[in-house]
Design a protein around this ligand. Sequence first.
Ligand code: G16
Length: 543
Amino acid sequence: MMIQTINTNPFKDQKPGTSGLRKRVTVFQQPHYLENFVQSIFDTINAPAGATLILGGDGRYYNREAIQTILKMAAANGFSQVLVGQGGILSTPAASCIIRKFNTFGGIILSASHNPGGVDGDFGIKYNTENGGPAPEKITEAIFEKSKTIQHYKIIEAADVALDVIGETNLAGMTIKVIDAVTDYAELMESLFDFSAIKDLLASGFRMKFDAMHAVTGPYAEEIFIKRLGAPSNSLMNCKPLPDFGGGHPDPNLTYAHELVEILYGDNAPDFGAASDGDGDRNMILGKGFFVTPSDSLALIAANARMVKGYAKGIAGVARSMPTSGAVDMVAKSLDIPCYETPTGWKFFGNLMDAEKVTLCGEESFGTGSSHVREKDGLWAVLFWLNILAIKRQSVEQIVKRHWLQFGRNVYSRYDYEDLPLDAANGVIHHLRDNFTAMTGKTFGQYTIQTCDDFSYTDSIDGSISTQQGLRILFTDGSRIVFRLSGTGTSGATLRIYLEAFEPDTNKHGLDAQTLLAEMIQIAMQISELKQRTGRDTPTVIT
Ligand code: G16
């Protein structure tokens, strides 16, 4: 074993964000950079001798190199076994599934999620604990503190390990098991959903299109949709995982998944469309010429859960991140189950799921999931929708509109301003925060501001407190505007503006969200002074 000393430590900016450490590939390629962070993880988690670790990633550029380094470090740090996905591949939900199924100590997932990949793209790393979920803030903070002072790391000198063939090898006394990346996950999906009902739907002339965006879900989609559910092969697109995602931005939204969007809004469109992101935890759901907002998707899944095999006994409760619309709150109320509002970040759902307080949770950022794993799960959401469609035999649009008729419509949209100068973006947030008192009671057309606050959250299970989780401007009619800085970007700052208005008037359910929210968008621009402070008035992405 070699103890590598780091003489100077220029890596003091390694603060893990909402979902682990994300930086440009070129940053990770600096000598000792990855090693510093991995050793900080190992020093923080203090795994007992003989512990097993899961390791895999979304196949983006630098995945294989990072895996070889981490394997050599795991051997030097006393792990007895590492389970690695074949070819170094594991989707984020599959990694969570495997950590739980084999009761391992935890896992390291290599991904920058929906961020672009390739030589000049992004790379990322995160640690998931033994419940299969992202490490909670107290662990990520401790890793960050460690990475500021670390002086050396442990690594063995050895040849690279073969990752493409399933089987076992030995690395300096540590067992490396290369496992099939797909089977355990596909079996879990089959245990939750009625595959024969979905098979019947797909055999009935119903047409679907799933876009894997050249990211990790390609092999999972082939196994599940083609092999197990009998969908024709043209039901899938962009299913070959590529290290640079084919030059695309593997973020399943209306902007970046435009190829799929054009098909679903074009002539002879299929009945159902879906896409997932770089590491397979996000999802976008489309009907023929119809977009389902992630907030509505969560509400609809909750309202229909009982008709799906894995949830037939009912759901204990639901949770959503604060900026996610209140659509699911309406469903929870009618089902008489608790609804929790957490900060943004999947890690906040873990404690609630472990304590069996919630079964389903979701976020406006195209993430939906349940307690079957401790990550959001893109293909799970797609299968949930297919299962509902197989039973209801109505179009996606009909299902959503009937849902609005029953529960009312939470009109929703998110505006993203990407790559802003950090100072300007912080300036907008400080300006708003400083003006809470002055804004309260102000009227803009039909809207009057009732209160403004900075969202903070006390975890009801472990008592931990998270502050400054987004600015909320709440109006007297229940509408709201939320301002929040993204925790996942790697270049400049991304400011997100979330707009929500409750619309009980069914006559307006046919109108599009941008029309219904036009006045609120003006208010958001006015109170934030966004244009004056950043020079920008056109968002990069609208969803
Ligand atoms: C990550 C977290 C999500 C969270 C999202 C927020 O997503 O896992 O729980 O909603 O970040 O992103 P931002 O801070 O940019 O708004 P992912 O898919 O990137 O892992």
